[in-house]
Design a protein around this ligand. Sequence first.
Ligand code: TXA
Ligand code: MG
Length: 324
Amino acid sequence: MTAIFDMSREAPRAAGLATAVEALRAGQLVGMPTETVYGLAANAADGAAVARIFAAKGRPRFNPLIVHVASLAAAETLIELGAAGQALARAFWPGPLTLVAPRRPGAPVADLATAGLPTLAVRVPAHPVARDLIAASGMALAAPSANRSGHVSPTLAYHVADDLGDAVAVILDAGAAPVGVESTVIGLAGPEPVLLRPGGIPRTDIEAVLGRALVNPAADAAVAGPGMLAQHYAPAVPLRLAATDVRSGESLLGFGPEFLPGSDMAKAIVNLSETGDLVEAAASLFTALRRLEAVGAPIAAMPIPDHGLGEAINDRLRRAAAKA
Ligand code: TXA
Ligand code: MG
């Protein structure tokens, strides 16, 4: 049985935190709300607990996890950030930015969390419940998105329960994750900063702090995370990109005020943002994909501009559309 706590009310919030800390100490898994998506958290220093994350998600072992900490100072005990990393951390932490940097010798993180790599991914989340859980547990928390590996990421507590069932001991329900797409992942271990995964902080905001363009990962990059596997974030129905019409039997994933030919015959319509607002679209993306998946019809997705959060949205839609 999974214990679920409503974190919007004072009494269950206190009980939820206490129960979650107890579960983490016992090596169990906690569904943790963050500003991006819900995470599946475990004590990063506990190898057996981290192994439970991989088992619960069905996640390949070569795929390293993000470790969540309270502050830049805490991050620097685990990784060597360098000048560029420190500048990014000061600009965007707490927030939806993950930095991948050389791991410090002796950093108390289970080798399984890093898939044995010499680098480690670290993030300081902004969500108050995530921050309270890190503080109350006194732990660094390893947490991937709390979905089955390859499925759509969770932006609501029930998505976590649906995907993972009893494998998660406690879920802290804080309502909808406000950003809606995962953190931007920046690689700092090489000669120049690399955009490993577009996410909640737009590329141009990061480039403005760095004073230079971000490099895209080489196609043959040694470390390909799940964010880099072709098929990922996928609903169980086919998805057609850049649709300019709705074909017979399709549902529509809309964006903006435009009316597509064939919409009147659509099996279902979900519009990511009627006004064409990319921030609103990111926040509703994964819930929309799960709703349309439940309808069961193939999805026609309207084109979405590639600037701002559009780069992360288009990245997720391309992977949702890729054939396994
Ligand atoms: O917003 C987020 O980042 C959410 C919340 C829960 O924090 N977490 C998340 O974790 O999206 P996950 O495991 O679904 O994605 C982590 C990404 C993967 O693409 C993984 O390959 C990459 O980070 N990653 C982790 N450690 C890495 C490393 N040492 N080198 C390169 N990539 C790494
Ligand atoms: Mg994920």
